[in-house]
Ligand binder design. Structure first.
Ligand code: GDP
Length: 440
């Protein structure tokens, strides 16, 4: 995400690193590079210029009283200003209605249907929400099917009325259906439309007028840069939407749309899409995004993702097993699957400060655990729960079955064994023992 922008900003800010003091000359030099980086990222020239002017004023206004070095101070000023530009605070969506009605709008292919599914999934996981997805694209039967597929994937009901050509009527019927069936959120996926298509723009205005949604969202592909910003502007003039959803950030190396959309339409970015899978969705936090753009990682989001996957009851069961020495390969496999649910490895790595930059050119295999999983899958249930029985002939069989070498099987068994010992120690108030072991 935003790799090329991050690189250029990093280079720009490096200029000041060697200087002991902030002067007009070195500030101007640095900010010229920052501005160039922003323009290259497809940020509108005027926005980029205003941005650097503000940072310049602040930088020169600072006495050198600060404990920060000039380079660090400039990074901080740029970070703060980027955060402001992207909206300052995170803004959630309005879920106060019963049901709360959310209307999607945007160009075809922007990611509306995918996002509708992701949002339904996101809300469903909050336990207190029971969403209903509504197919309102009356022009393409395939679009209705696509929403059904998405709904099935996330386990959310989809309301559709194939053949009905009136999206206003469908939306109203869907809201009535939601009320009757205890759905407290209604997510309406509409047909993609161009801002210049007058008939289609009137159609969405009519839906908007008729159902008075609690939240109207504009979905846009971040990879389209300035075009995304311009389209947002025209849609906003017609719909006065409440927020922006930026999709496909995973493929966006430049970041121009993310940086400038808020200042152009004065509406916050609420969520970002970071992949095709249903869990590739993040709340948009301007400050965390600024950190990521500047290569400072995003530990807070990383921890939050881990917490989302944390299941207290499972954890308790696991603890008991460890205490009784019953932690087996099946439990191990479950743990691996939990880690995988947190997102793609590259994405996770990008949240660790410094790691994103370091690993930028490394191809991180999302199937890093594939070999391990294959080995475990080739074990019998007995072997999984009691690995001690795995003798050399069994090892041969397992390696054959999993397409790995005996050496790899051995290595996994050894690691598993060590892990078991470690866990046991952590359990039995053995912190001290462990310290001793580490020292020794
Ligand atoms: P719609 O026409 O606006 O409903 O767009 P779709 O939801 O059908 O999405 C268009 C294409 O973009 C599909 O192939 C999606 O899988 C893909 N897509 C949507 N969101 C994302 C995202 O955040 N990242 C990536 N990489 N692809 C996405």
């Amino acid at each position: 995400m935003f790799d090329s922008l991050s690189d250029k900003l990093d280079n720009a800010l490096h200029v000041l690193k060697g200087h002991g003091q902030i002067t007009e000359v070195n500030v101007a030099e640095t900010l010229k590079e920052v501005r160039r980086a922003l323009v290259d990222a497809d940020v509108n020239y005027k926005i980029a210029k205003d941005f650097t002017n503000t940072v310049k004023e602040k930088a020169l206004g600072q006495d050198v009283l600060t404990a920060l070095k000039p380079g660090q101070m400039m990074v901080k000023l740029v970070k703060d200003e980027l955060t402001q530009l992207m909206g300052g605070e995170a803004e959630g969506i309005n879920l106060s209605g019963d049901p709360s009605v959310i209307l999607m709008s945007g160009l075809q292919g922007s990611g509306k249907t995918t996002f509708s599914g992701k949002l339904a999934n996101f809300l469903k996981n909050k336990k207190t929400k029971k969403p209903l997805l509504v197919a309102c694209d009356v022009y393409r039967p395939a679009a209705i099917n696509q929403l059904h597929v998405v709904g099935e994937q996330v386990g959310v009901e989809v309301f559709s009325d194939e053949g009905n050509q009136d999206p206003v009527a469908i939306s109203k019927a869907a809201i009535a259906h939601a009320k009757q069936n205890g759905h407290n959120v209604v997510i309406i996926d509409t047909a993609g439309r161009l801002a210049v298509d007058e008939a289609m723009m009137t159609e969405i205005s009519n839906i908007h007028e008729a159902i008075q949604p609690h939240e109207t969202l504009f979905v846009v592909d971040s990879m389209t840069g300035q075009d995304a910003v311009n389209t947002a502007k025209t849609f906003n003039e017609r719909l006065n939407f409440d927020g922006v959803i930026l999709t496909k950030l995973d493929g966006d190396t430049r970041g121009g749309a993310a940086i400038s959309i808020k200042s152009v339409v004065n509406k916050p970015i609420k969520f970002i899409g970071t992949g095709e899978k249903m869990d590739a969705l993040d709340v948009f936090y301007p400050d965390r995004m600024a950190d990521r753009i500047l290569g400072m990682g995003d530990v807070v989001s990383l921890v939050e993702r881990a917490q989302e996957q944390y299941d207290e009851e499972e954890a308790r069961k696991l603890q008991k097993k460890i205490a009784k020495n019953q932690f087996g390969f099946d439990d191990f496999l479950k743990q691996l699957q939990q880690i995988k649910k947190m997102g793609s490895m590259k994405d996770l790595m990008g949240m660790i400060p410094g790691a994103g930059k370091m690993l930028k050119d490394v191809d991180i295999d999302d199937d890093a655990f594939k070999g391990i999983e294959a080995i475990i899958h080739s074990m019998t249930p007995e072997e999984r729960s009691n690995p001690k029985v795995i003798n050399s002939s069994r090892k041969k069989r397992i390696s054959k079955g999993s397409g790995t070498s005996v050496q790899e099987v051995n290595q996994l068994l050894k690691q598993f064994n060590q892990m078991g010992k470690m866990m046991k120690m952590m359990q039995g108030g053995g912190g001290q023992k462990m310290m001793q072991m580490m020292k020794g």
